[in-house]
Structure formats: C-alpha cells, structure tokens
Design a protein around this ligand. Structure first.
Ligand code: PMT
Length: 406
C-alpha cells in the first residue's frame, strides 16, 4: 500500500521515523508530509532517509499542486502525532499549510490519526467535539493512551506506540464508501462489544385494544428492531428484545425475546430490564394514546352515524429510561419524522436525555415502515452526526451499532 505519514508539531514526532520504518519493513511505500512545527522535533534528513522519499512541507515549493499529486499517489493517510491544532483545523475545514491542505484534499480514502497532547487539552470540549466530528466522517483514531506525558503529568494524551499504529494500518482496514461517496465507515473494525454487555432493543408496533377484535396500531413491521438485535448479538452482546406484534422470528443464543402487545406492556418489560443493561436502542413505534376503556366483547354498530373513542396518553418509555439512565448507560432513541426532521430529532434528543437519536424521515423514498431499507442520520448528544445513504436495514443496524455501542 502507498501510505502518506503526516507529522505535526508535538514531542511524539520523534517516534514518527520508527513508524515509517515499521511500515517500510511491512512492505509499504511511504512518503512523509510534515508541518513546520514538526521539524522542531524531528529532522528532514531523518524522515527522508527512513522513507526513501523527499519530504513534503511547503505548499509552494515544487509547484502549487503537489498536495493533489500526493493525494492521488497515497492510498492511506496517517497523521502521527496528530496535535489538537491539526485535529481542529481538519474538523473546521482549515487548510493553511501543506499537511492540512493535503488532509482536506484526501477525501474518500482512509485516514487514521494518532492524537497526542497534554491531558487537559485532550479533555477540552473543543477537542472532544472535533474528535467526534472527525470520527463521524470515518476518520479512525488510534489512541491516545494513558501514561506519563512529556509535560511531566500523567493522564490520557500519550501517542499510541508506533507498533500499535502500524498494527492498525496493517490490519487491512479500509474505508467503505458507497458509489455516491456518501458513507464513510470502517470495514473490518474490531466490531465486538465488551464481554458480557447487555443491550435492550424495542421493536415493532404496539396494539392498543378497542374491543375484543379491534385495536389502534401502526405500520411498523419490526424489521429495523430485529436487525438491531441481530447486529448487537453479532457484536457479542446479550440482547433483551422487547417486541410488539410481528410475524418476524429470530433465532440467536444471545437474543432473549419478550413479546408484548400494548405500550403499557412494553413499558413494564423495558423498565424492568433496563437497569441490568449497558445500553438501549428503542426503535419500536409506540402508540402515544390508547382507548380509555377496552370493551371485552365486539362493539356493535349502535345505529348512530358516528362513534367517539376516548383516548388517554400512554407512558413514554424512552423518556422514562432517560430519567432512569446512569452515566454508564447509553440510551438511543429513534425519531420518525415527516417535516422539520432535524429540529424535531434534536428536541427529542435533549428532552428525553438521550445519548444518540436515529432520525429517519418518511419523506425519504425507501425509508421507514415496512420496507427492507432505511436511510438515517445518527445524531449524538456530543454534536456528532453520521448520515447514511439508503441501505438495507441490516446494514443500517450495523452502522448504528458501530456508532453507539463499539
Ligand atoms: O419496524 P419497521 O417496519 O422496520 O419500521 C422501522 C421504524 C420506522 C418503526 C423505525 O425506524 C422508527 O422510526 N422507530 C421509531 C418510531 C416512532 O415512534 O418514532 P417517534 O418519533 O414517534 O418516537 C420517538 C422515540 O420515542 C422512539 O424511539 C420511540 O420508540 C419512543 N417512544 C415513543 C412513544 C412512547 N410512548 N414511548 C417511546 O418509547
């Protein structure tokens, strides 16, 4: 593989030549691109010697389009160390030197970053927001690690060791981009949840009985929720699947299914199991209202032109789990919208105390109820945002699980 190693101005830059050496040893072709500040920590001669190629540092030195020819040459770009500065620049679309310009030009190909900085800087909300943005675009982070830092304190911020970064590169990881170039997610990522994790998934519709033969329901088939349960189980989780009425069946040793009919039954099952779970994804289409009374016989026409049903509100399961949630639990809701999609989803995310909301719109052809496909935007409480193209519900489920559970 043709790999570009980008080096920025942090003390960990002294480890970059070792990374280049390991990559060369593994049979890759390597070229280096460094910022001006990086050369305070590692010399041009060293980088050119270990890579066997000229170092790229100056946007204007050898023709103004070298960032484009280098971008065309490279199959993967690895930035090690990645300072808070370069992370912030890329997250905000700033291209003011050779490396940041190359990074912006390098779209549609895999990018890996190995952040390195002081622990306070790493913890700063601006850095965390920028990291979330880069991750939502499919940029893979390796590290940082916890340990003693160059500034003398201990904490999270140390660059991953060159062997670890080289290992991540050599795992054969590559970004999967759909024909339109919309999806930017990692294939073959280590897609297992922590051992013993338990997740709750709600799926399907609820039926709210009017009498012994009729109900208020909706068009949910359960396909989205069942695909989520399968994706979580495939990732190693124990899954508590609480499902409304559906013809679907599922057979996996780690999926424990509870079948319910009404919103109140789903509420009882979900609130009972949630305290034992590491996270929950609520994809069920729950009836907001139910008839205040349910006749125990078939209601007959009574001769009058109309009929009035008195409805009362059902409990909001998602909001209840949001109020029960501890810091260690991840709560994911769905939003099925027909207009003002983003604003409504954002409002639900905040009001129900969620970590993520998965927005799907009935305005998107092939998305929503009943169909085998969906198109979603996964919005995180930390500002992350991942948009999918139209994919099968199995692929969408995998994408959601990768984003919220891995
Ligand atoms: O089952 P499929 O045919 O595959 O269709 C999938 C789907 C369209 C049902 C699914 O992708 C989806 O969008 N599910 C959420 C549907 C919905 O009811 O959205 P909402 O915006 O009304 O509800 C917001 C969230 O609150 C949802 O997570 C819902 O599960 C939850 N909720 C709503 C009401 C209520 N009383 N309790 C809840 O927990």
């Amino acid at each position: 593989m043709r790999i570009i190693v980008g080096i920025t101005g942090g003390i960990a830059a002294y480890k970059a030549p070792e990374l280049v050496r390991l990559l060369k040893k593994a049979g890759h072709e390597v070229r280096c691109a460094a910022t001006e500040h990086a050369l305070e920590f590692v010399t041009r001669v060293t980088l050119e010697t270990v890579s066997g190629n000229a170092l790229y540092t100056d946007l204007f030195a050898s023709g103004r389009t070298e960032h484009i020819s280098l971008k065309d040459w490279g199959e993967m770009l690895v930035v090690a160390p990645a300072t808070a500065n370069i992370i912030g620049k890329v997250a905000n679309g700033i291209a003011d030197d050779a490396l940041s310009t190359l990074l912006l030009a390098f779209s549609g190909k895999p990018v890996i970053m190995a952040p390195a900085m002081n622990c306070e800087m790493w913890a700063h909300p601006a850095v965390q927001r920028n990291i979330a943005t880069l991750k939502s675009w499919g940029i893979r982070m390796v590290g940082p690690e916890e340990g003693e830092l160059a500034c003398g304190v201990s904490g999270v911020g140390r660059m991953a060791e060159p062997e670890q970064i080289a290992g991540a590169i050599c795992q054969g990881e590559r970004l999967k981009v759909n024909p339109e170039g919309e999806l930017n997610t990692l294939e073959n990522k280590d897609n297992q949840v922590k051992k013993g994790e338990r997740w709750l998934v709600t799926a399907g519709p609820t039926y709210e009985r009017i009498d012994s033969v009729r109900f208020i329901g909706n068009y949910s088939s359960g396909k989205m929720g069942f695909a989520l349960a399968q994706a979580l189980a495939d990732a190693g989780a124990e899954v508590e699947l609480v499902s409304g009425p559906t013809f679907l069946s599922i057979n996996h040793p780690r999926i424990h299914r509870t079948s319910i009919e009404s919103a109140r039954e789903m509420y009882a099952a979900a609130t009972e199991v949630f305290p034992r779970c590491n996270g929950a994804i609520l994809s069920a289409a729950v009836a907001d209202y139910r008839p205040s009374e349910c006749a125990d016989h078939k209601l007959k026409k009574n001769g009058s032109e109309g009929m009035h049903l008195d409805l009362v509100q059902n409990p909001d399961i998602l909001a209840t789990l949001g109020s029960m949630k501890t810091d260690k639990q991840t709560l994911v809701g769905f939003a099925l919208e027909t207009d003002n999609e983003e604003a409504n989803a954002q409002r639900k995310l905040e009001k129900k105390n969620l970590d993520y909301i998965v927005l799907n719109s009935l305005r998107d052809k092939g998305a929503g109820f009943g169909v085998d496909t969906n198109k979603v935007t996964i919005i995180g409480r930390n500002g992350s945002r991942k948009e999918s193209p139209l994919l099968t519900k199995q692929e969408i489920a995998k994408l959601i699980v990768e984003e919220v559970a891995l």
